[in-house]
Design a protein around this ligand. Structure first.
Ligand SMILES: [Zn+2]
Length: 364
């Protein structure tokens, strides 16, 4: 798909509470793609207003997205699904005999079930509480097959698990709900699933978000996240819409490919969530995944961040980051390299304003 780079970001009007910083660099070199003539390329660098995270947009790269993200090979994807199904411990009820169980004192019965969703411990946990959630009975899905009802059940057992863990262990207040879908996103199994992690300490990125949110609150006497919603809604360029009390928009300076953010203002942590919040998250994720599918992307990660459980933090609100990963095709290459892993920057594939224009129809 060709990309319309004429949709440029505003810098924030004088009335905006948050300004979006960009600057440009110009590169000149003789290009064999232009018969050795001097080529002049302009690179736009964006900086996240809260974290300073940088991302780069090179207009010369636009229209050449297939070079970095070849379209999903759906025949290959189906073949991998067929080849892995028989060995899958989540399929055909095999999880009942093969998945681990939590002690009765934490979860009576050892697992949590709702509809087709089942939560059980990760065999090799990375934190004090680290659960896996089976999402549905079907082994292989494309991104147009994640219904809100399917996601709601998976998110519902995730939240129930978080509540029970915090009730049993109030010294572990930091939780995230996460997803790796398909091997390019880091998943070791094809079967859709979530991962819930709880720890006494926040993750590196959550700590950064919480510290910078507090600094903003002290400096401006205002909540960064409600200011961000107000600014994005007013600008409209990256705005997707509202679902219930949640706000959805594309990230100005994305931390991953095609990043979409959702915010739950007034809800700083998961202990303040109810079924309405879960419904809005399930509905929004379902709509974004459908949009990704229409762009022929097939793989994703998401993380939903919460402030410390049981402690209202007016400077923060729950935040979802949802991104694409490399598409499924034979010999796919990782989409993150030194730029993301070590320099901690990101390439912009679709300009966020253009991405929003493609996705907005799912929110009308
Ligand atoms: Zn399976």
């Amino acid at each position: 798909m060709d990309v319309d780079c004429r949709i440029r970001p505003n810098q924030g009007s004088e009335m905006s509470k948050i300004s979006f910083k960009t600057w440009k660099q110009v590169v000149e070199f003789h290009s064999p793609l232009k018969n050795g003539e001097l080529d002049r390329q302009t690179i736009e660098i964006r900086q996240d207003p809260l974290t300073g995270h940088q991302s780069m947009l090179n207009e010369a790269f636009q229209g050449k997205i297939a070079f970095a993200f070849p379209e999903t090979d759906y025949e290959y994807l189906r073949r991998r699904m067929d080849e892995t199904r028989e060995q899958c411990f989540m399929c055909d009820g095999k999880w009942r005999a093969t998945s681990p169980r939590y002690p009765e004192r934490l979860l009576p019965g050892g697992r949590l079930e709702k509809g087709e969703a089942v939560l059980f411990p990760n065999l090799f946990p990375l934190s004090a509480y680290h659960a896996v959630v089976k999402v549905g009975e079907k082994h292989g899905r494309t991104l147009d097959e994640f219904s809100p009802a399917l996601l709601f059940d998976a998110l519902s057992v995730s939240l129930e698990f978080i509540r029970r863990c915090f009730q049993a262990d109030p010294d572990t207040p930091y939780f995230t709900i996460n997803a790796n879908f398909l091997p390019p996103a880091g998943s070791s199994i094809m079967h859709p699933h979530l991962q819930v992690i709880g720890s006494p300490m926040p993750s590196t990125h959550l700590r950064l978000l919480l510290e910078n949110s507090l600094a903003y609150q002290r400096d401006k006497d205002s909540c960064y996240w409600t200011d961000l919603i107000e600014t994005e809604k007013q600008s409209g360029q990256r705005w997707l819409g509202e679902i219930g009390k949640s706000s959805w928009f594309t990230a100005f300076s994305p931390t991953g490919v095609n990043e979409v953010n959702a915010l739950w203002p007034g809800k700083s942590n998961f202990s303040e969530w109810d079924d309405h919040d879960l419904h809005s998250m399930a509905e929004g994720i379902s709509r974004i995944l459908l949009s990704y599918h229409q762009l022929k992307f097939s793989s994703f990660n998401f993380s939903c961040f919460s402030g410390p459980m049981g402690k209202s933090c007016p400077e923060f609100c729950c935040l979802l980051r949802l991104i694409n990963r490399q598409n499924m095709h034979l010999h796919y290459r990782a989409d993150d390299f030194y730029l993301q892993k070590l320099l901690k920057d990101e390439i912009i594939i679709y300009p966020p304003e253009y991405l929003a224009s493609l996705m907005r129809k799912e929110f009308c």
